[in-house]
Design a protein around this ligand. Structure first.
Ligand code: SF4
Length: 258
């Protein structure tokens, strides 16, 4: 359960920013998260924390199951509201929390759900990483362009990341150079494609071989939507179909396809 002071009469008061489930505790990882993708805060503000999400949003693990529990949802919304309302205050609070003894030598996973949705938010995380060189930070991201501009030229030495397929910027990725993660229908298909599973430990996503394979959640509707495809293939097909639709719309009325 997230660490919140739950109340039905007002905003959730955050007791702590970072959480840890049993799985992450076993590998010494603490987690920060936002609500996934697009939604609306209780005060009516709309948000999109994954502006470069593509097909992944159709099968988003963080938009089902326990993520929909009111107390979990409220915690994630409160995290986002803090960032949006007072980014310097949130940054200071994160640094204060990270000063606690229990984080000595820890790994911090930046985002269970959500992504680096703005330059200012990513830059706040880069400052946090540099302020705590004794800690390790890592993230999955689909914000390829933002990372190319703001992180790749001079990354904090204690910040590792993996680009994940299934987003609108997939075409900017080069699996011969970039560390990339792809979701596959099952373990066998990822091994056959030359990828290594991070199933044994989430840290393998940044510490293991550069081609990271993730077996899909065994959720019937998700597997049906994937139709045996890996995310990179599915996204490439979607991009192609969108390009065809755009081309048709751009064609003069009455014109016929060749
Ligand atoms: S980027 Fe992750 S959290 Fe965001 S919509 Fe895609 S799968 Fe969900």
């Amino acid at each position: 359960m997230p660490d919140t002071d739950d109340t039905s009469h007002g905003p959730v008061r955050l007791r702590q920013l970072l959480t840890q489930n049993r799985e992450l505790k076993a590998i010494g990882v603490w987690n920060w998260t936002l609500p996934a993708w697009a939604g609306r805060l209780d005060d009516g503000r709309t948000f999109n924390t994954c502006p470069s999400a593509g097909i992944c949003a159709k099968v988003c693990y963080a938009r089902q199951g326990t993520y929909l529990w009111p107390v979990v949802r409220a915690k994630h919304h409160a995290n986002l509201a803090f960032v949006l309302d007072d980014l310097p205050g949130w940054e200071a609070a994160m640094l204060t929390e990270l000063a606690a003894k229990k984080f000595t030598g820890a790994w911090i996973r930046v985002h269970d759900a959500g992504d680096f949705f703005s330059d200012a938010y990513l830059q706040a995380w880069l400052r946090i990483c540099r302020a705590r060189p004794d800690l390790h930070f890592y993230a999955y991201t689909k914000e390829v362009d933002r990372f190319r501009r703001l992180v790749e030229p001079d990354p904090p030495p204690n910040f590792l990341w993996v680009y994940s397929y299934g987003g609108t910027q997939d075409r900017q990725l080069d699996p011969d150079v970039d560390r990339v993660a792809d979701v596959f229908p099952d373990e066998q298909s990822l091994v056959e494609a030359g990828y290594s599973s991070q199933d044994a430990s989430d840290l393998l996503a940044v510490l293991g071989p550069r081609l990271v394979g993730i077996p899909a959640n065994r959720i019937h509707a998700f597997l049906k939507a994937m139709a045996g495809r890996r995310f990179s293939t599915w996204q490439a097909q979607e991009d192609e179909q969108r390009a065809v639709r755009r081309h048709r719309i751009g064609r003069p009325p009455g014109a016929k396809a060749a």
